[in-house]
Design a protein around this ligand. Structure first.
Ligand code: ATP
Ligand code: MG
Ligand code: ZN
Length: 328
């Protein structure tokens, strides 16, 4: 992939609210991540790339998917913009943007995907199974009946019942962790037997030490200096601290848990090394993507959301038809 990028070499892969992902036609293991056209509070690729390398990579280390900055020519960007229009993808890239990010495709070879909500998906390929999870706001000490995610889901998503509460994966009580892992897989309604993946994931969450456990790591850095408390008191962009910006970036990440069966049938080891967990003949590989720095200009939106949630009583009003409380 050296030299000029050629738009005809790429096909549409996925999009979120702020980025478009393209897959390389001759090497499906490679994705190019481009910024969408957003006139307000635009974050450039180079700012995101620098933030990930200087701040996020120091915290999340091997969990971060390796990335490479690629220069975009106007011809390439216009070609991709036309492709998105022709295919009616309902989005456009920022054609003034100078760079894109090249990274490994964590879902290369996927042939089937199960999903019922936007916070978890299960991807099946010929030689592996991958759980995609957006844990959102991890609350290490839930002081209200429902955690921030669940209150948010009850109020804004208006879902009729809870699928799972990701904060409960932080519990010191192993039965709570096991129950939550089962909730996640049950919510996917996958037409395959997932008991082995439930067992591996549960073992990872309860045996990885704090700095080896991706959810514990995210939780610690989401909540530095109690930054969530600050949100409801914000009055301007200047009140937004670096801790809060980091917290908000880490509240939006996507984690891929990839389950791979090893050839060594005799192995009975159990250990964590970097971003992998070995349990007997199973290997769990963990990667984090979508770690964009947030703009302090979003302070008003954050404050309004928080205040509306607090006013709504969703945190403390018991609604058994939706689900029991989140308390760890
Ligand atoms: N390296 C990757 N390998 C495989 N799939 C990926 C990768 N990066 C992103 N994706 C998929 O593409 C989707 C959109 O990408 P991404 O999350 O980076 O965009 P976004 O605009 O930041 O999304 P959001 O609105 O959720 O913040 C992800 O939810 C994920 O399913
Ligand atoms: Mg994002
Ligand atoms: Zn919850």
């Amino acid at each position: 992939m050296v030299g000029q990028l050629d738009a005809s070499e790429w096909r549409y892969f996925a999009k979120g609210n702020a980025n478009v992902l393209l897959q390389n036609k001759s090497d499906s293991r490679k994705l190019l991540r481009l910024r969408q056209y957003k006139p307000s509070d635009y974050q450039s690729t180079i700012d995101i790339y620098r933030y990930i390398n200087s701040i996020i990579a120091v915290i999340l280390k091997d969990f971060v998917v390796p990335m490479e900055l690629l220069e975009l020519s106007p011809t390439f960007s216009n070609g991709i913009s036309n492709l998105l229009k022709t295919e009616n993808r309902n989005c456009d890239i920022e054609t003034q943007e100078k760079y894109g990010i090249l990274m490994d495709n964590c879902l290369s070879g996927v042939i089937q995907t199960f999903s019922t909500g936007k916070f978890a998906k299960l991807h099946i390929s010929n030689d592996s199974v991958t759980l995609e999870l957006k844990p959102k706001w991890l609350d290490p000490t839930i002081t209200t009946l429902y955690c921030r995610n669940c209150a948010n889901e009850k109020h804004y998503e208006k879902s009729s019942s809870r699928n799972f509460c990701s904060s409960r994966l932080l519990s010191k009580d192993k039965s709570v962790v096991l129950g939550t892992v089962r909730d996640i897989f049950r919510s996917l309604q996958a037409k395959i037997d997932t008991s082995l993946y439930e067992k591996i994931l549960f073992q990872y969450f309860v045996s990885a030490s704090e700095d080896q456990n991706i959810l514990q790591l995210l939780s610690v850095f989401q909540n530095q200096n109690d930054n969530r408390k600050l949100i409801k008191t914000l009055e301007s962009e200047k009140d937004v601290t670096d801790d809060l910006l980091l917290g908000m970036a880490l509240r939006d990440v996507t984690i891929f848990f990839k389950f791979i069966e090893l050839d060594d049938k005799s192995s009975n080891s159990k250990h964590v090394r970097g971003n992998e967990f070995i349990l007997g003949q199973n290997r769990l590989l963990i990667k984090v993507v979508d770690i964009d720095n947030k703009s302090a200009k979003k302070w008003k939106y954050w404050k309004d959301t928080e205040c509306e949630l607090l006013d709504s009583k969703e945190f403390d009003e018991l609604d058994l038809s939706w689900g029991p409380g989140c308390v760890l």
